[in-house]
Design a protein around this ligand. Sequence first.
Ligand code: AMP
Length: 380
Amino acid sequence: MSSFKAFDLIPTLRTTLNSKGFTQPTEIQQRAIPLLLEGRSVVGISETGSGKTLSYAIPVLHILKSLELAGDPVSVEAQPRAAVIVPSRELGEQVAKVFKLFTHDTRLRVRSVLGGTTMEVARKNITGTFEVLVATPGRLVQLMDRRLVNLSDVRFLVFDEADQMLDQGFLPDATRIVRECSNDLQLALFTATASTAVQELIAKMFSEAEVIESEGSHRLVSSLTTVNRKIKDGKRFPVLKELLSEKVEGGTLIFTNTREQCDKLALELAEKGYDCAIYRGEMDKIERRQNLKSFREGKIDLLISTDLASRGLDVEHVGRVLNYHLPQEIENYLHRAGRTARAGREGTVINFVTERDEPLMKQLESVRAPAKKPKGKTRK
Ligand code: AMP
């Protein structure tokens, strides 16, 4: 199946897909959409940037609109039919944005209740009737406690970036959310990595689900170029200056391992006259969002971050990722590298390699994407 036309989607969805320039489904979309449309539950293990949001958004919208067209619209306030659970406000906003691409034509309504916004905003967002709720787990549980939202009609529940939520000890909330949903519940879970905690969740709640592991998961995508720069005597900054003098398409996302390294580098760059911003934990949330926005919009080309920015964030124009300080864990490396070369686009990851990074460099050999095959031959 090589085109969205091959799915039996309602016409409004097809039209929007076309008009937004989505013509060919990505691998995870090709495999997940038909199963979800059939009513199956799905676990998708798929590398970041693989197009997983649409792989559940399209079936959700199709199923909900079909119910409405069959004469069964949502009629009760604050009682959605689909819920998407996300680990962070940023990801929630991104997911809501993807859904909203389709709401003009489908007339389905998407609301969000996300941590990091006030309770008042959350309450306001869920007044009236709507079909899809995008929520962070903590905020959703608060609203459930106050009986401000009713999940009894939720027939489609998605856990997105489940590996990140489990980092935050989310299993009890997840269990409770599932219990409050309709008995006839279809589940979808997406994760970049199948960590032990994720496997536990799958065993507990998704034992009936079809597991799809996309070819590229745990691997680096083939449109990514990797460059290793040897660092001698700890002298990273001269190498960075050299790299920053090169003209590149798109922004540069620079990773460090700690908040201190992040701030120190930002200061050094600012002193040398580079326009840059930081994105890390324990900083003013408004400033952090503003920094991300400026980077997203291309107003600044350099964003210096810790692993906080390595997961889930979809920033369109990252041309290269610099690992100024390499992480120790391969999973973190994969998340960082996944910020560029998204959805088949080209991208580069440049590693500042010291002797201490040798163990990671060895592990990296096993996750490189296979070399592209010559044209004319198809790959299974
Ligand atoms: P996601 O993995 O959902 O965060 O998506 C990563 C990026 O891929 C987003 O910028 C999407 O707009 C883009 N994308 C998703 N599906 C497709 C598709 N079928 N064709 C082209 N781009 C896509």
